[in-house]
Design a protein around this ligand. Structure first.
Ligand SMILES: CC(C)(COP(=O)(O)OP(=O)(O)OC[C@H]1O[C@@H](n2cnc3c(N)ncnc32)[C@H](O)[C@@H]1OP(=O)(O)O)[C@@H](O)C(=O)NCCC(=O)NCCS
Length: 269
């Protein structure tokens, strides 16, 4: 039996979302929020919708099960927040890793504003204020870690936990089975193994503490430092996609996808 749900998210989302959420209706409210209403078959489908909302970067304000024939049943369900399930900070030989906060915007902007860094990143904001608007979004902070060296922020990492693709009948078993990682290091500190050290620790946390079974990462094929890092930490190149991604200055470009399974990690980690 299906259950009706109402998701309320920040901002006015466009009609495209009715396709993203399997036919949910979209209603724009005067307070600048959007309400998506529809029904789900089971918890697995509900969590799939939550993962899609999270992956598309929309900020979820509330989730409500709509009253059914059994009465006025209303419940709130928290959005999965993987970083909150781990104790922080984490220390490696030389570095400290901790979840990012809004106060880290300026420190990360110091290296993210450099062309040699931003040329590989999804967005290249023009100034600190536009960068801050992106960095401080709750959905972004919930998946961002900063890397500190002697108390100074020298890099940041992305950890996005997601459901693996699965057929409907076994979807529950694929929930939060996969994590996608990303990384940025201050170029002043390149070539000393700091990124390797931070990413190794993050992969270890994924497998040993979050129970993830597969860690993935992607990059432009031309971003050699990034894919060399993936290989240093034991990831395997699984995909070379030809001319599938549009780079803002290089045009249509090839991309690589890498992955490592928890069973493999225990052998190389
Ligand atoms: C991707 C990125 C993090 C890689 O940085 P990096 O400095 O090459 O990586 P590390 O810090 O792990 O350093 C590795 C280098 O240090 C050397 N090194 C020295 N000591 C080391 C140690 N203890 N452990 C490992 N490597 C060590 C390695 O041999 C390697 O050198 P090489 O490149 O000459 O082979 C960095 O280039 C970056 O931030 N790029 C811009 C943002 C970006 O592209 N992000 C990814 C988008 S997909």
């Amino acid at each position: 039996m299906s259950t009706g749900y109402e998701f309320r998210v920040e901002g006015h989302l466009d009609e495209h979302w009715t396709r993203v959420l399997d036919g949910f209706s979209v209603r724009h409210a005067p307070d600048g929020t959007t309400t998506l209403t529809g029904s789900v078959l089971d918890q697995a489908q509900l969590h799939g919708h939550l993962a899609r909302i999270r992956d598309l970067g929309a900020v979820l304000l509330s989730l409500r099960a709509l009253p059914d024939d059994a009465g006025d049943r209303v419940e709130m369900v928290a959005v999965a927040d993987p970083l909150s399930r781990v104790d922080w900070p984490r220390c490696t030989d030389r570095l400290e890793l901790r979840p990012a906060s809004a106060q880290d915007a300026e420190a990360t902007w110091r290296f993210r504003r450099l062309e040699s860094v931003s040329r590989w990143l999804t967005v290249a904001p023009a100034d600190l204020e536009s960068y801050r608007a992106v960095f401080e979004r709750p959905a972004r902070l919930a998946t961002t870690l900063v890397v500190e060296l002697d108390g100074r922020v020298v890099g940041d990492l992305m950890l996005r936990v997601e459901d693996a693709w699965a057929q409907r009948e076994v979807a529950e078993q694929a929930r939060e089975a996969q994590a996608e990682l990303g990384w940025v290091l201050d170029p002043e500190l390149a070539g000393r193994g700091y990124a390797t050290e931070a990413v190794r620790e993050l992969i270890r946390i994924c497998f040993e503490e979050l129970g993830i079974r597969r860690v993935v990462a992607t990059c432009f094929a031309d971003n050699e430092p990034s894919w060399r890092l993936m290989e240093r930490v034991g990831m395997r190149r699984e995909l070379h996609a030809v001319s599938d991604a549009l780079h803002r200055s290089a045009g249509w470009s090839d991309t690589f996808a890498y992955a490592v399974l928890s069973t493999e990690w225990s052998r190389v980690g």
